[in-house]
Ligand binder design. Structure first.
Ligand code: NAD
Ligand code: 6OD
Length: 485
């Protein structure tokens, strides 16, 4: 049985207890994970603080950019190990982890190396009240010790999205990966050591959220800022902890993202994009679509085609190249998703595809957290199935009759992360994209992301933006140095 340890100040260590880690595809336990307690969290934060007082605190942006490249190279050298770990932790198809999770994580380190190299101090010349000149140098300084709380859906990718800019700006981080996906954050500690990142700059504490390592870390008085990707209600809890000490927060939270399919769309492209946006990563993607609105003239055809596509998705072993969809992350999450499936049935939804647990999984996968790709129609807009984030491979489809109506329905949500719209009418594309209340709007595509662009949501979907210079803004403090001439 594997043991997954905390990584504190450059060294592995146990904790106050052990928790089990199961493979979601098989349901089998394969590791014991060391849960960090107050002493481990204290030591990780102290090591981070000490690193800031040492050589790391005096490092130049060029040196840090070089280190980020060395980290990217280090992950690349151990690509197979990272891939195995991510697939074992999540059950996701190996093809997806090898094309998205691991390469995009590497890209994050390279991208932020570039971003920090290009960042320059601002220079202003200005008059002073006594008529003599002064110059101002507006610098970006590190915030200090940053707590990184990461989710389980894209474990290394979403962790690297925070760690890379935090290090680029000269901070030290203490990471709390999700209890469901402890491995790749732990492997990253080895890569950091080999790359020459000073001890204490990157530590990992394992455990749960409330009442465990996550909460201990957020409440630690020597943490200067907290960055979280997770559920909206976790954001609320973390914000309360951050209020003590008025610490800065950056939140990427939940969504209930709409997709608007107009009758003038390229039907095949809209169908293919919608299939990806609903079922990729088993629907466990924050920007995934859970509400589809289709203009009435093509509604029946679209429902039938999406239903057929859902039924033909192959569920199976992560190692089988034909597998299109993996399991959910855990039995606990499956219970949550199946409760929504049951609720949809109870409310009288028409089940176009799926709706339950697949009956025909092979014996070695029978205990995994599998659910069927599922599509409903016929629910009202006030149903919890249509309003709440499910985070599973499912969506509700409803018809609409005009632009104003569908925009109002798409915006009638407490979230505002992403939206997709499908139309060949250029004016409509601009009009509707502008009126949709979401941080990211895709037109005739879904999921495309340039790492330099702002990523984040409005309302309960988050606070702040990640990506390129937007991340650098969170992970640094501005400081103005005024020099009288
Ligand atoms: P989660 O909120 O349960 O957990 C996220 C992290 O926070 C984990 O490390 C967890 O242990 C920790 N945590 C939980 N409660 C805590 C608390 N009270 N104090 C401190 N730490 C705590 O989220 P999850 O289930 O891991 O991930 C799924 C959620 O993440 C979905 O809601 C999804 O929409 C969201 N998500 C958002 C984005 C985005 O970019 N907006 C991206 C991916 C996932
Ligand atoms: O940037 C990416 O590649 C990506 N897939 C981001 C997804 C984020 C939310 O879950």
């Amino acid at each position: 049985m594997k043991q997954i340890l905390n990584q504190i100040g450059g060294a592995p260590c146990a904790g106050i207890a052990w928790f089990d880690k199961r493979n979601p595809a098989t349901g089998r336990m394969f590791a014991r994970v060391a849960e960090a307690g107050p002493a481990e969290v204290d030591r990780a934060v102290a090591a981070a603080r000490a690193s800031l007082a040492g050589s790391w605190g005096r490092s130049s942006t060029g040196e840090r950019a070089d280190l980020l490249i060395a980290i990217a190279d280090g992950i690349e050298r151990r690509f197979a190990e990272f891939l195995d770990a991510e697939v074992e932790d999540t059950g996701k198809p190996r093809s997806q982890a090898s094309q998205v999770d691991i390469p995009r994580s590497i890209a994050n380190f390279r991208n932020f190396a570039e971003a920090i190299r290009q960042h320059s101090t601002e220079y202003f010349e200005g008059g002073t009240p006594d008529g003599r000149g002064a110059i101002h140098l507006t610098q970006r300084r590190p915030i200090g010790v940053v707590a990184v709380l990461a989710p389980w859906n894209l474990p290394l990718l979403l962790l690297s999205w925070k760690v890379a800019p935090a290090l680029a700006c000269g901070n030290a981080v203490v990471c709390k990966p999700s209890e469901e996906t402890p491995q790749t954050a732990t492997l990253l500690a080895g890569v950091m050591r080999d790359a020459g990142v000073p001890d204490g700059v990157y530590s990992v504490v394992h455990g749960y959220g409330a009442g465990s390592a996550g909460e201990l870390l957020c409440r630690h008085p020597d943490v200067d800022a907290i960055t979280l990707t997770g559920e909206s209600r976790t954001g609320t809890a973390v914000m309360k902890a951050a209020a003590e000490g008025t610490r800065a927060v950056s939140f990427e939270l939940g969504g209930k993202n709409p997709s608007l399919v107009f009758a003038d769309c390229d039907f095949d492209a809209a169908l293919e994009g919608t299939v990806r946006s609903v079922f990729q990563n088993s629907g466990q993607i924050c920007v995934g679509t859970e509400r589809v609105y289709v203009e009435r003239p093509i509604y029946a055809r679209f429902v039938a085609a999406l239903g057929k596509a859902a039924q033909s998705l192959k569920l199976g072993s992560p190692d089988d190249p034909r597998t299109a969809m993996g399991p959910l992350i855990s039995e606990k999450h499956r219970r949550k998703v199946l409760a929504y499936y049951a609720r949809a049935r109870a409310e009288g939804a028409t089940v176009i595809a799926g709706g339950g647990i697949p009956a025909d999984m092979p014996t070695d996968l029978a205990e995994g957290a599998w659910v069927q790709p599922t599509i409903w129609t016929g629910l009202t807009e006030d149903s919890p199935v249509v309003r709440e984030e499910i985070f599973g491979p499912c969506c509700h489809i409803a018809p609409f009759d005009n632009e104003d109506e569908v925009i109002a329905r798409a915006n009638d949500t407490e979230f505002g992360l992403a939206a997709a719209l499908w139309t060949t009418n250029l004016s409509r594309a601009h009009r509707v994209a502008t009126r949709l209340d979401a941080g990211i709007v895709w037109v005739n595509t879904w999921g495309h992301r340039d790492l330099r662009t702002p990523f984040g949501g409005t309302r309960r979907s988050g606070i702040g933006r990640e990506g390129g210079r937007h991340s650098l803004e969170f992970y640094s403090e501005l400081k103005d140095v005024c020099i009288k001439l």
